[in-house]
Design a protein around this ligand. Structure first.
Ligand code: GLA
Length: 705
């Protein structure tokens, strides 16, 4: 047996391979310290279970890419075929390149099957385990890949599951279940990541929470069809797995061709906050991670919708600048034929009727007020009522003559057709070159249904996803200063594939602050606050009709990448002044919020939530105590303020421009002034919480002294 130990300061992964087989995960979890070669051999030996009756005569422990040749009948791994028959390769590892302490690549081949596999396993600096596989057809006949899904074994003590689901306006909704025998499969065939994407599929020890329990979570870094699954069988290891979900015949490899899986990420930690912290640190460690203070933006969508009028838009820009906004985003409706959402997608020319002098006057107006300018696109889409569709009906995704059902009155432009790709690239590039545009909001407002190349009927979601990535990369290369937001009817495209090439996600189309409390809480399992678009909307939310005080709307939004999406011409002078106070507050704390550790309290009363951000050196923190509903018991009692340095002393005081919301019953400790306590007391004894009215929040600043 060959065993390899990958480790960081707080995670160890031990990969064990028997003979020339592919490696399995013998340990993924807490760091093990120094292990000698002999220790590793022993670890490999003691992690082999006995063979039980009526099972294969070898222990069933799936490798990272199992096939039936291992005796594995569970999910994941490689499945594929040739027209001449089914092949279940038995790969023999030819070479192991241990590139560094934490990166290993296995080169394996099954000559008889005509397949070669390169499996890469990395433990990143931040302790993320990530793996991907590349399969090459070394045979002469074409080989169809039905599935190539890497598998990560997790310990049997992970007996509970948590994953996310949702819908438009309600993304990232958590669901918990026991990790029972059988398969918990989360498959998305939407051709985009999906509002209901699992985002994170976590297995953990009983009752794991944000701060407690051991948790293993996977994420598939892919913006097209994908699946994540958790599976437990009566014998053999429990697994978490994930990869691309391929449509029938979608990846057919000719001789010499290869298919590469997306990265499957695994994050292990003590509690969900630790799991999330690895993703945040990983994103923050990228060279391209947005490093400037995140500009507070104003998006005009909910203020004007399709009603584009230069004077009104300039007035909005004036009010935005006065309030402290730093980036102004012109949303949908600026291009030809786009008077509502039934026409125009594909016609990426400034509409001459609505914008007789082009976008120049508005952009100049915005820049003159010291703000950046952003513009909306939806490059992968096409309306039948557009010049583009009339000219190139063959560029529309369809299984043949018949068109797929429409969704938001639109169809999908097939970017796997080189001419269609070049056309869109050229049009966006032309607009970005003609105008001084700092930011693009990149939207994607429908699922891909019957997404095929019209001329051949071949499924094209895989190629479409790759073309989308290429398009982003190409535009970024041509316009290096450009920032891009990933939007898909709100949070329909939130994953580490798209985040490699973008700077922000539009978290949800709902800016109802109460909905946002939960959406942001769970989006932050993957996305750090500085990449999570969070807007202050109108008093009455457009998506739910709920009314909230500005303090609740703003106190919710300040924790992300702040924006305003509110018709400021309808706001009173007093409201605009209050808003300016919140923007100034955010600008004062964003350096903390956008670099610190995101923490959540596991408060026993679901009526009250606790979340915050603690500076990396523990010197500073901002917490929000939020009454999301009324509690059965009142007051909500003590809250723990997690993540502080236990040895440091802190001053705790009320923060934010609004102070204490009306109607709040304050605990006596908060009224005379700041309290001073060691971090250990704040994180383990906690402090009595105020009794807030529902849908109100209180901010606490916790500063080391
Ligand atoms: C989607 C987005 C919105 C807005 C509209 C414009 O729904 O999520 O923010 O841009 O499209 O049509």
């Amino acid at each position: 047996m060959r065993a390899l130990h990958l480790r960081t300061a707080d995670v160890s992964v031990v990969l064990v391979a028997a003979g020339t087989g592919l490696p399995r995960i013998a340990h993924w979890g807490a760091v093990l310290g120094e292990l000698s070669a002999a220790d590793l051999d022993e670890l490999a030996r003691v992690t082999v279970p006995p063979v039980v009756s009526n099972t294969p005569d070898v222990p069933v422990q799936p490798s990272i890419v199992p096939t039936q040749a291992e005796g594995w009948l569970g999910s994941g791994g490689l499945r594929g075929h040739r027209d001449t028959g089914w092949t279940t390769p038995r790969f023999a590892v030819r070479d192991v390149a241990h590139e560094s302490e934490s990166v290993v690549e296995y080169d394996a081949i099954d000559e008889g099957a005509g397949l070669a596999l390169r499996l890469r396993v990395e433990l990143t600096r931040e302790g993320l385990l990530r793996t991907r596989a590349r399969l090459t057809n070394t045979g002469e006949l074409p080989y169809t890949v039905d599935e190539l899904t890497p598998v990560l074994a997790v310990p049997a003590r992970a007996t509970e599951l948590l994953d996310l689901t949702g819908r438009h306006l309600r993304e990232r909704s958590p669901q918990r279940s026991p990790f029972t025998l059988g398969t918990h499969l989360r498959e998305s065939l939407r051709g985009r990541t999906g509002h209901d994407a699992s985002t994170i599929l976590a297995a953990g020890t009983p009752a794991f929470g944000f701060r407690s329990g051991e948790v293993w979570a996977v994420h598939v870094a892919w913006s097209g069809n994908h699946r994540a699954l958790a599976e437990r069988v009566p014998f053999g290891d429990a697994i978490l797995a994930g990869g691309e979900a391929l449509l029938p015949g979608e990846v057919r490899l000719a001789a010499g061709e290869s298919y590469q899986t997306p990265w499957l990420y695994g994050s292990y930690g003590a509690g969900l906050d630790a799991v999330a912290a690895r993703f945040h640190a990983f994103l923050r460690g990228r060279a391209q991670h947005p490093s400037s203070p995140r500009p507070v933006l104003l998006n005009v969508w909910e203020a004007v919708y399709f009603d584009h009028d230069l004077a009104a838009l300039e007035r909005l820009a004036d009010l935005a600048a006065e309030a402290g906004v730093e980036r102004y985003v012109l949303d949908d409706g600026w291009f030809r034929h786009r008077r509502d959402d039934t026409a125009g997608l594909g016609d990426w020319y400034v509409d001459e009727g609505v914008w007789p002098d082009g976008l120049g006057p508005l952009i100049d107006h915005v820049h003159a007020r010291g703000m950046q300018f952003g513009l909306w696109f939806e490059p992968e889409m096409i309306n039948l009522d557009s010049d583009l569709a009339r000219e190139h009906p063959e560029w529309i995704m369809a299984p043949g003559d018949r068109l797929p059902v429409e969704s938001r009155s639109q169809q999908v432009l097939n970017l796997s057709i080189p001419a269609a790709y070049e056309h869109v690239l050229a049009r966006i590039d032309a607009i970005l070159s003609e105008y001084a545009i700092d930011y693009v909001k990149w939207d994607h407002n429908r699922d891909l249904i019957e997404a095929a190349t019209r001329a051949t009927g071949a499924a094209a979601v895989h190629e479409q996803t790759l073309a989308f990535y290429r398009l982003l990369a190409e535009l970024r290369q041509r316009h290096p200063a450009l920032e891009i937001e990933s939007c898909a009817s709100g949070g329909g495209r939130v994953d580490l594939g798209v985040l490699e090439l973008t700077d922000r996600v539009w978290t949800s189309d709902t800016i109802d602050a109460l909905e946002r409390q939960q959406i942001q809480r769970y989006t932050s399992l993957l996305v750090p606050p500085e990449m999570m678009g969070a807007h202050i909307g109108a008093e009455r939310a457009h998506t739910t009709g709920r009314r909230h005080d500005l303090a609740f709307r703003a106190g919710t939004a300040v924790f992300g990448h702040l924006g305003i999406e509110w018709d400021l011409t309808e706001a009173t002078a007093g409201q605009r002044e209050e808003l300016a106070g919140w923007i100034a507050f955010h600008r004062g704390v964003r350096a903390l919020l956008h670099t610190g550790a995101v923490v959540h309290g596991d408060h026993p009363d679901p009526a009250l939530t606790v979340h915050g951000v603690v500076a990396p050196d523990g010197s500073d923190a901002l917490f929000a105590l939020t009454a999301v509903t009324t509690g059965v018991a009142a007051p909500p009692r003590r809250v723990l303020l997690p993540g502080l340095d236990p040895a440091a002393r802190y001053r705790v005081e009320i923060a934010g421009p609004a102070g204490v919301p009306a109607g709040t019953r304050m605990p006596p400790w908060l009224t005379p002034g700041p309290a001073v306590l060691p971090g250990a007391v704040l994180t383990t004894v906690g402090v009595e919480a105020p009794a807030l009215f529902p849908e109100q929040l209180l901010l606490l600043r916790v500063t080391r002294i």
